[in-house]
Design a protein around this ligand. Structure first.
Ligand code: AMP
Ligand code: ZN
Length: 440
């Protein structure tokens, strides 16, 4: 592993005394609650229903009086219902895949882009990034926050930013080699694929300058970190984020590589019991909930991420004081992340329902082959279809593939299975078998 030249981007904020941090958080929380109460009908209605007024927020503990926000709220209010700013103040839209084929979108004011840029700049600096670096951005550019998020952060730290976007492995490696990229930003699974391809294509690792990488957007493991650090001879850092809150950089690892510091001057993190919604103390595993306290475009109050993790307030050896979150060890809903794309079984179901001759019984088998996620969709045929000609079956299979691609946005292998062969469950149907070993 190469020597670590990690820096702290903004020591005054990142290493701030916690009492001072709490004071700032409360001030900003009050402003945000007032803003959404005044400007966003959904928040005002929900707060009124709970009998909470902005003035009732007098301590950070009062946060628990506020209603939760869910992904379904973003869907219901699509596209602009949750904006707290005038549409003319919005300078960017980003999005992520939702449950209906329509993306979940978030609107950013200039201030919000700035906040987000700062978050990623902190993450890159923690991974050793600075003005002498060449940062290869291999996250996808587009509605997905990965590409543009990393791009903005890399530009902010003054690095030479290489906007490769995702895909085209040979070209990625050629550029990384020829430009002498020192940092890589992409999903951990694609990074492993790149590392393995590097060897296969006959490159000599000693001709590369890569020293570190910020990897995120999907769950990964310590074993994957070891593999990445070995494949590229780098320091591999975890970076976390979600579109609803900002994008990548909401939290990021420092050289201690022991949890990701959450940008607590911009968001307040809570862990709740996913069943009861009750806040849980630090150190307890539960569902992560975020409240944004500096966003002005589409602020989020108690947004339920459905990501499961643990928070710790223990001091960190790096000197940063912001709380750390552990790796995401699961989800409280059935969302899968396949090749970086959020996939809900219900989306696959709606794709299947568009094809005649198939029964609404299916099973998703997710695996990781050669570091790439694979999705096999097993679909039951109806009795009539089952007795049909092979040519007809092929047509059905192709149609299903096409529908999945158009609804979910990713390719899947489709396996047609005989009627009644998929196990029926008596309770909640189990629709997924995830063999990647990423969750608990
Ligand atoms: P999106 O808004 O499409 O970028 O998806 C956000 C979701 O991606 C989060 O809620 C997490 O489930 C997942 N995610 C992002 N970064 C990480 C990470 N470093 N580790 C595990 N999951 C992640
Ligand atoms: Zn630290």
């Amino acid at each position: 592993m190469k020597k670590n030249d990690s820096r702290i981007y903004d020591p005054a904020v990142e290493c701030m005394d916690r009492d001072e941090l709490h004071r700032i958080q409360l001030e900003r929380l009050k402003e945000t609650v007032k803003l959404v109460y005044d400007k966003v009908p959904m928040y005002r209605e929900r707060m009124d229903a709970k009998g909470v007024k902005p003035e009732d927020i007098q301590t950070l503990e009062d946060l628990s009086k506020l209603p939760f926000t869910n992904k379904s709220d973003l869907r219901d209010q699509f596209p602009f219902g949750l904006l707290a700013a005038d549409k003319s103040e919005i300078v960017r839209i980003q999005g992520s895949s939702g449950t209906t084929g329509k993306p979940i979108v978030s609107g950013y004011t200039e201030n919000d882009v700035e906040v987000w840029t700062e978050m990623v700049a902190r993450a890159l600096a923690a991974a050793g990034g600075g003005k002498d670096d060449i940062v290869q951005v291999t996250y996808g550019y587009g509605l997905f926050t990965g590409g543009l998020g990393a791009h903005q952060g890399a530009t902010r730290i003054g690095a030479m930013t290489v906007p490769m976007s995702s895909g085209n492995t040979q070209r990625q490696l050629m550029m990384m080699h020829d430009l002498g990229a020192t940092m890589l930003c992409c999903t951990p699974s694609y990074a492993i694929f790149l590392g393995e391809s590097l060897k296969e294509l006959g490159y000599d690792l000693s001709e590369f300058q890569l020293k570190s990488g910020c990897f995120g957007a999907e769950p990964w493991t310590e074993e994957m970190r070891d593999k990445l650090e070995e494949l590229f001879d780098i320091n591999a850092y975890n970076i976390y984020g979600l579109t609803e809150i900002a994008g990548p950089g909401v939290s990021y690892e420092c050289p201690a590589k022991d949890g990701m510091h959450i940008c607590e001057d911009h968001v307040i993190a809570e862990i709740i019991d996913p069943e009861t919604g009750e806040p849980l103390p630090y150190g307890t595993r539960g569902e992560l909930v975020f409240t944004t306290i500096t966003k002005t475009g589409m602020p989020m109050i108690r947004y339920r991420t459905h990501d499961i993790c643990v928070l710790t307030e223990e001091p960190c050896s790096c000197g940063r004081t912001h709380v750390r979150m552990g790796r995401i060890t699961g989800r409280t809903d059935d969302m899968l992340i396949i090749r970086g794309v959020n996939v809900f079984p219900s989306q696959i179901e709606s794709a299947l329902l568009r094809v005649s001759g198939v029964a609404p019984h299916y099973m998703l088998i997710v695996d990781r082959v050669n570091s790439t996620d694979t999705l096999e969709v097993q679909v039951e045929l109806t009795d009539e279809m089952f007795s049909d000609k092979v040519a007809d079956l092929e047509r059905v299979r192709d149609e299903i593939k096409e529908q999945i691609k158009s609804v979910v946005g990713i390719s899947a292998t489709v396996k047609l299975v005989p009627p009644k062969s998929i196990q029926r469950s008596e309770g909640k149907a189990k629709r997924t078998i995830d063999k990647r070993g990423l969750t608990e």
